[in-house]
Design a protein around this ligand. Structure first.
Ligand SMILES: Cc1ncc(COP(=O)(O)O)c(C=O)c1O
Length: 395
């Protein structure tokens, strides 16, 4: 019987289930040693075969074998041509904005991650002469109404952080494409396991890999995947120029996280749905935001474009900021902390935490009330999480 070389282990292809693809996408087995996880290549530079004959990798700011393995993996999971890993989600978003010439106009959601809003409105408006319109994207007509001759990018986030609005990716990306405008979807909350924006028509998909992809609150990273190889090449050139790349140790951690992504997402979603249902029936809860609840305005759309509803649940507690503080301080299993998407459950007040960088008036216009609480539901036992929330609400 002839031996099969390690490099013969090919990627599983788009027909395999997500559970299989999360483990095998990118064919990351090391061709030389057969190591099933790629080595962490720390070298910043790579010796040339001879003068004028560089090898595949030249300098780690441009490419690195460990980062390449992660990029191949995420590109394949998203169904794209090329992945580019950045030092954080924010660096990835900045990398997408670098595609735009000064004077370009960008349409972005009214309600989305506060840090992205800060980068758009308070940094790139000033430093790159970009202009932004923030519109409620739950109604695709609002995007059409905001179009200008100089519009070059539509930035979509769905589900949105924190109010979990659901945006019709197919409708908005079709509109953008019909006007030769780029579209990019922040897919952080859904992950490729629940939603694949490129297959719905987007040109670019972006992730804060700090969240579900990494999944263990121990690595900061960002990834952009381009549907088209040329767009991928442009992003690569721009990233090499600006230098905000993901280091090899961090690339390895994100890749390791992705191996269990499908399994984790199943549990995140099941726990979140159980908590949303529980909160809906609680007298101290004024309103629950979770796209898996039939009463959520985006429920039907979420069922169409997502395979499950994600691990974040938000709710408004009856009362003011003091009631929020009392509830958060009574929790035992949920840590009061920024961030989301990791194995452990976290809770916070968007107004003073994830969205504190958004000025109060803008935050109110986004619909983020002071009594809003965001839960990043982890993968602990469902009964334990429900018991923790119940004692914190009832005591
Ligand atoms: C939806 C979303 N996009 C982007 C980011 C930014 O990612 P990072 O913190 O990795 O820079 C975050 C961070 O919370 C986020 O929630």
């Amino acid at each position: 019987m002839s031996a099969r070389p390690p490099s013969d282990r090919s990627a599983p292809g788009s027909k395999a289930t997500l559970a299989t693809r999360c483990i095998h996408a990118g064919a990351t087995t090391d061709a030389v040693s057969g190591a099933v996880m790629p080595p962490i290549v720390t070298s910043t530079t790579f010796a040339w075969e001879a003068f004028g004959e560089p090898r595949e990798h030249i300098y780690t700011r441009s490419s690195n074998p460990t980062r390449d393995a992660l990029e191949r993996c995420v590109a394949e999971l998203e169904g794209g041509a090329r992945g580019l890993a950045f030092a954080s989600g924010q660096a990835a978003t900045a990398g997408v904005l670098d595609l735009l010439d000064a004077g370009s106009h960008v349409i972005a959601p009214l309600n989305f991650y506060g840090g992205t809003r800060r980068l758009f409105d308070h940094v790139r408006r000033r430093t790159a002469d970009l202009d932004f319109s923030f519109v409620d994207m739950c109604e695709p007509g609002n995007v059409e109404a905001a179009l200008r001759p100089e519009t070059r990018l539509v930035w979509i986030e769905t589900p949105t952080n924190p109010l979990l609005h659901i945006v019709d990716i197919g409708a908005i990306t079709a509109l953008a494409r019909s006007r030769s405008i780029l579209s990019c979807v922040d897919n952080t909350f859904a992950t490729p396991c629940l939603q694949q924006p490129l297959l719905l028509g987007a040109d670019l998909v972006m992730h804060s890999a700090t969240k579900y992809l990494g999944g263990h609150s121990d690595v900061l990273g960002g990834i952009v995947v381009a549907a088209d190889p040329d767009l991928g090449r442009q992003l690569h050139l721009l990233r090499s120029a600006s230098g905000g790349v993901l280091g090899p140790f961090d690339a390895y951690l994100v890749l390791r996280g992705i191996k269990t992504l499908a399994l984790r997402m199943e549990r995140h979603c099941a726990n979140a749905l159980a908590i949303a249902r529980y909160l809906e029936g609680h007298a101290r809860v004024a309103r629950v935001y979770y796209p898996g609840l039939p009463g959520h305005p985006g429920h039907a759309l979420a069922k169409r474009q997502m395979s499950a509803f994600g691990g974040v649940v938000c709710f408004e507690i009856r009362g003011d900021s003091a009631a929020v503080g009392e509830f958060l301080n009574r929790l035992h299993l949920f840590a009061i902390a920024e961030s989301l998407g990791a194995v452990e459950s976290l809770a916070g007040q968007p107004a003073t935490m994830s969205h504190s960088s958004v000025p109060t008036a803008e935050r109110r216009a986004m619909g983020i009330a002071d009594n809003l609480i965001r839960l990043s539901v982890g993968i602990e036992g469902e009964a334990d999480l429900l018991a923790d929330i119940s004692q914190a609400l009832d005591s």
